[in-house]
Design a protein around this ligand. Structure first.
Ligand SMILES: O=P(O)(O)OC[C@H]1O[C@@H](O)[C@H](O)[C@@H]1O
Length: 298
C-alpha cells in the first residue's frame, strides 16, 4: 500500500493545512521555517517524505517575505525524496502587474509564475487576479487550477443580506460580481473606475435610483489599499443608499485599509479566508480540497 501524501504548512497556514489533510486523508508533515539573525531563511523538513506525494500550503499575501522560504522548502522536499511537490496558495500574489504599464517596468506576473513553476509540480489557487492575462496557463507552465469563490460568496450573501443589489466597482470586477450575482439570484451593476496611482482612484456611479430599496453589496476580488471600495462607498452614500456591505475574495488590507474602509461608511466588511483577517466569514477549505483532488497525483 502506498503511504498517504504529506501536507506541509508554511507558518500561518496551519489551519488550512489541517483541514485539507483531514478532507483528503493525508498526513501533516512537520517543517521548521525560520529566519537566521541576518534575515536569511532557514528551512528543514522533519517528516519522512521519501517516495511520497507532498504539497505545501502557503498563501502569498506579503509575498516577498514568503517566496524565498517557500522555494527553499520545495527544494528541501525534493532533496528528501518527495515524489512530487505541489503548492496550495489561496492568494496568488503579483497577478495585478500583468502588463508593462510604464516603459521600463516588467510583467511581474510572468516572472513569479515562472519561479513557482520551476519549484513545484502543480499549483492550486483561488480566483487569481486574471485580467489582461486570462488564464493561469499563461503564467504557470505546471498544471494549475483556479478555485472559484463565487458560489460560497453568493451563499453568504443569500443568508445574510436582504434584497441585495450587487455592485462591481470597476470593469475588472465584472467577472467576479457577475458570477456571484448569478449564484445569489440577485441583480448587479458594474461601475467605471479610473486609477491614477496606487492610492488614487475615481469611480463613476450610474443611476441607482431604481435600486434604492435594495441593500448595496460591493463585490471585488481584492481589497488592498481599499481606495476602490472607499471611493465607491462614498458615491453610494452620497446617492442616499444604505451603508454597503463589502465582500471580497482576498483580504489583503494594506496598512490601515480596513479601518479606513470602516471609517468611510462601509457596512459589514466580509472576506473569504484565503488570507487570515478579522473580516474572514466565508470558509473555502472544502472548495480548495476539491481543487487539490483534481491535481494530486494518485
Ligand atoms: O483599490 P485597492 O484596494 O488598492 O485595490 C484593489 C482593486 O484593484 C484591482 O486590481 C482589484 O481588482 C480591486 O478592484
Amino acid at each position: 500500500m502506498t503511504a498517504p501524501g504529506v501536507v506541509i504548512a508554511m507558518p500561518g497556514n496551519e489551519q488550512l493545512a489541517e483541514e485539507l489533510a483531514i478532507r483528503l486523508g493525508l498526513e501533516r508533515g512537520v517543517a521548521t521555517v525560520r529566519r537566521f539573525p541576518d534575515g536569511e531563511s532557514y528551512v528543514r523538513i522533519e517528516s519522512p517524505v521519501d517516495g511520497r506525494g507532498t504539497f505545501i500550503v502557503c498563501t502569498l499575501d506579503r509575498p516577498d517575505d514568503k517566496l524565498v522560504p517557500l522555494f527553499l522548502l520545495a527544494a528541501a522536499l525534493r532533496e528528501a525524496g518527495a515524489r512530487s511537490v505541489g503548492l496550495v496558495a489561496p492568494y496568488l500574489a503579483y497577478m495585478r502587474q500583468d502588463r508593462r504599464f510604464q516603459p521600463g517596468e516588467t510583467i511581474s506576473a510572468h516572472h513569479v509564475g515562472a519561479w513557482i513553476s520551476r519549484s513545484v509540480d502543480w499549483l492550486v489557487t483561488v480566483d487569481p487576479h486574471l485580467h489582461r492575462i486570462t488564464d493561469l496557463s499563461q503564467v504557470c507552465s505546471v498544471p494549475a487550477h483556479a478555485v472559484h469563490a463565487a458560489q460560497s460568496m453568493a451563499q453568504w450573501i443569500r443568508e445574510h443580506v436582504r434584497d441585495p443589489l450587487l455592485i462591481g466597482p470597476d470593469e475588472e470586477s465584472a467577472q467576479w460580481v457577475g458570477a456571484v450575482a448569478q449564484h445569489a439570484l440577485a441583480p448587479f451593476v458594474v461601475l467605471r473606475k479610473t486609477r491614477r496611482g496606487d492610492r488614487d482612484v475615481e469611480v463613476s456611479l450610474p443611476d441607482v435610483e431604481r435600486w434604492r430599496s435594495r441593500t448595496p453589496v460591493l463585490v471585488d476580488d481584492i481589497v488592498s489599499t481599499a481606495r476602490t471600495m472607499i471611493e465607491t462607498v462614498g458615491h453610494l452614500r452620497q446617492a442616499g443608499l444604505a451603508a454597503p456591505v463589502c465582500v471580497a475574495v482576498h483580504a489583503v488590507f494594506a496598512q490601515t485599509a480596513f479601518e479606513d474602509l470602516r471609517a468611510a461608511g462601509a457596512g459589514e466588511i466580509v472576506s473569504c479566508d484565503t488570507i487570515r483577517h478579522p473580516s474572514n466569514r466565508i470558509p473555502l477549505a472544502a472548495a480548495i480540497a476539491a481543487g487539490v483532488r483534481t491535481l494530486l497525483p494518485a
